[in-house]
Design a protein around this ligand. Structure first.
Ligand code: XMP
Length: 490
């Protein structure tokens, strides 16, 4: 029961994270043993209740892969259609990680040709399989060999001839064992006639085999799960992504309680539910009525948050929004009537905010700033005053709207002069996603211990107190000079 939020709502008072605290309750719960499994939709579960935000400085394929490998999920931002389709495919293929069509070069080509091919793929890799006229594998060109060759040298004269090959149906585990034993970073696969049929790279294979497979968030076929923002009125994009196995479509704009979003939800539901197996998420809303409209239209889950985000200026620019705890409470009220699910999106700074969001009934949280500092986030890295940072910007910021048509659409704007609803900034570099998640889940587990919740369903029944200004001051370190950085407090 969240009576404090209910009472505040009756008085027309909206509260946010710092306005409330969970009331500690009797507990026989050991934090390390709590169950963090939750639902994103009735058919899609998560092993941890965390989602990376669909933003251009947060969620590309690397982030989505890292999130699913930790048991959560990443929602790809709405990039160009081809890029987004490629990203979905990339994440879905992670666990077989076999490159079905490795890029190759003919043995009679030159170093110049090799460089041209690598450039075409933005130098994302440096090795090319070498084949003869019948596509039979004859060698491998590596970065080192290319570097020292003359521009006009023929590939056959500087390639590595002594390559390890294996049959085309070699499993990931088989490839891992073979590559470890032979100490080679690439394993080329051939058909019965020696023709190129695939390739494994050791780095990819290692993370799959040495990772904890029980943690992974996978679909019924054992592939990592991934979500993607498709914006509004884009059924072509929806179907292209679904064909590649995208698990969740997000119809997400700044104002989800709008005709465009509602109609797109209906259209996606009518055209694709039944034909493909996927979850349909819509947002963002911040009220009971907004959530009801999206659930009625067919959303399996609704995303809550108008203006709580770290980079958001919607509330100051437009004067509209709802402080996040009240918004979650209101949307959860609607979700309960439909037996559906709620994602709390934005404003999470500390792990305690996750516990509060879920205590108010959300089944998972979406985070932008928390993940933007990760190694796997696509934002640019920079050094300021000797410290490493990564860029992070609102999708309604001037820069994002200038660079991406989808950002203009998300904030209902046109090219030319824009009225931004977000800022551009940077966040401290925080290392790998798994290290960030470790800290945030640690806090969540601890909070569940304090309220005596063994699992997320029990946490969703937690009680809150309202906190005064004095209570907020008391809640933070006070009357000390902090002399050492803490890993989970800034
Ligand atoms: P956090 O606090 O996790 O928030 O960094 C991420 C969420 O903020 C939303 N978002 C925006 N909201 N203007 C806004 O008002 C923006 O430019 C903007 N960009 C992102 C979005 O819901 C995201 O998940």
């Amino acid at each position: 029961m969240v009576d404090v939020l209910e009472k505040a709502g009756e008085e027309g008072l909206a509260l946010t994270f710092d306005d409330v605290l969970l009331v500690p309750a009797y507990s026989d719960v050991v934090p390390a043993n709590v169950d963090l499994n939750t639902n994103l939709t009735s058919d899609i579960s998560l092993k941890i209740p965390l989602i990376s935000a669909d933003m251009d400085t947060v969620s590309g394929a690397d982030m989505a892969r890292a999130m699913a490998l930790q048991g959560g999920i990443g929602f790809l931002w709405k990039s160009s259609l081809e890029e987004q389709v490629f990203a979905v495919e990339d994440v879905k293929n992670t666990l077989n990680r076999k490159i079905d069509k490795p890029i190759s070069v003919g043995s009679n080509k030159t170093k110049r040709d090799v460089l041209k091919i690598l450039e075409r793929y933005q130098n994302r890799f440096s090795s090319l399989v070498v084949v003869d006229e019948d596509r039979r594998v004859v060698g491998l060109v590596t970065g080192d060999k290319t570097r020292f060759a003359k521009d006009e040298s023929l590939v056959r004269d500087f390639m590595v001839e002594d390559v390890i090959v294996s049959g085309e149906d070699t499993s990931v585990l088989g490839a891992y064992n073979l590559m470890k034993k032979s100490m080679v970073p690439k394993l080329i696969l051939t058909d019965s006639e020696g023709r190129l049929a695939g390739m494994y790279c050791f780095g990819d294979v290692k993370s799959i085999i040495e990772g904890d497979r029980n943690l992974y968030n996978v679909d019924a076929r054992g592939q990592l799960r991934v979500g993607a923002n498709i914006g509004v009125n884009d059924l072509e994009r929806a179907e292209r992504l679904l064909r590649k196995g995208c698990d969740v479509l997000l119809i997400g704009t700044a104002h989800g309680y709008s005709k465009n979003v509602i109609e797109t939800v209906k259209a996606v539901r009518d055209n694709f539910k039944g034909k493909y197996d996927f979850g349909l998420v819509a947002g963002n809303v911040a009220t009971y009525e907004g959530a009801r409209a999206l659930f009625e239209a067919g959303a399996d889950a609704v995303k809550v948050g108008i203006g709580p985000g770290s980079i958001c200026t919607t509330r100051v620019v437009a004067g509209a929004g709802v402080p996040q705890m009240t918004a979650i409470y209101e949307v959860v009220r609607a979700a309960k009537e439909f037996g559906r699910y709620v994602i709390a999106d934005g404003g999470i700074r500390y792990s305690g905010d996750i516990v509060k969001a879920m205590g108010a009934g959300a089944s998972c949280v979406m985070m932008g700033s928390v993940f933007a500092g990760a190694e796997e986030a696509p934002g640019e890295s920079m050094k300021v005053g000797g410290q490493k940072f990564k860029s992070y910007r609102g999708m309604g910021s001037q820069g994002a709207m200038k660079d991406n048509l989808s950002s203009l659409e998300r904030y209902s704007q046109k090219t030319g002069k824009m009225v931004p609803e977000g800022v551009e900034g940077m966040v401290p570099y925080k290392g790998k996603v798994c290290e960030i998640i470790f800290q945030y889940l640690g806090g969540l587990r601890s909070g569940m211990g304090y309220v005596g919740a063994k699992n997320i369903l029990e946490l969703q029944k937690a009680k809150f107190n309202r906190v005064t200004n004095a209570g907020q001051v008391e809640a933070r370190p006070h009357d000390v000079e902090i002399i050492k950085k803490s890993s989970n407090y800034k």
